[in-house]
Ligand binder design. Structure first.
Ligand SMILES: N[C@@H](CCC(=O)N[C@@H](CS)C(=O)NCC(=O)O)C(=O)O
Length: 213
């Protein structure tokens, strides 16, 4: 049963898919594709018409969109269940994932992390204004998530879920930027959650590090 994840090693969405696969204990092959190196190869556009990463190929089944991939992985393979069964807990998990995608990715990853950590590490030009704008957007999303998160344990209760990986991959990047790390500390519940969740082996196993000059 060949299982192949096409992705870019620095991609936060690729990491979310890898975190779910790691937690399930599923073996898979990786194909590196950098979606920022234009033009994206036509062979990859055949898999993902929007040219983003990741894409999962399982036998003859091709799937893109990270939330669909992680839910498919959870339902398809043995290992611990990564989605709660209670309808309200599942709704909360889906809500947190949607909030992270819709409102969190850009300010936390593409602004604070990219301009506050990644670009400086890579020796590429960084815009302080992007970090400032990202701080404001990230503060709003972290405040909303602080209110949605369960009081202790994991984001939706006492079992780890896909929401923990979706937010965790973004917080891992956010906190590599000094502004992002300071911002997280202003949200006590999320800071304590990250202290626990960030220690799960999957995070170390999928850590791409920062570029080196
Ligand atoms: N909605 C997509 C988003 C994936 C996404 O934006 N991936 C980024 C890398 S983290 C990407 O491919 N970016 C390329 C670009 O913006 O052109 C998903 O959930 O998989």
């Amino acid at each position: 049963m060949p299982l192949v994840l096409h992705g870019y090693h620095y991609s936060v969405y690729n990491r979310i898919a890898r975190l779910a696969l790691a937690e399930k204990g599923v073996a898979y092959e990786r194909v590196e594709i950098d979606p920022f190196a234009l033009p994206v190869p036509p062979s990859y556009l055949d898999l993902h018409p929007f040219g983003r990463v990741p894409t999962l190929v399982h036998d003859d089944f091709t799937l893109y969109e990270t939330g669909a991939i992680t839910r498919y992985v959870d339902r398809t393979f043995d290992g611990p269940a990564l989605q709660p069964t209670a309808s309200r807990a599942l709704a909360r998990m889906d809500q947190i994932i949607a909030v992270v995608d819709s409102y969190g990715y850009w300010p936390m990853v593409r602004q604070v992390f990219s301009h506050g950590a990644f670009r400086p590490a890579a020796g590429r030009p960084a815009e302080p204004g992007e970090v400032q704008a990202g701080r404001a957007g990230a503060a709003k999303v972290l405040a909303a998530l602080e209110a949605l998160a369960a009081p202790d344990g994991f984001l939706v209760g006492d079992q780890v879920s896909l929401a923990d990986f979706h937010l965790g991959a973004m917080v891992a990047y956010l906190t590599l930027a000094p502004d992002g790390a300071a911002l997280l500390q202003q949200h006590a519940r999320l800071a304590a959650w990250w202290e626990r969740v960030g220690r799960r082996p999957g995070f170390a196993a999928t850590d791409p590090g920062l570029p080196r000059l």
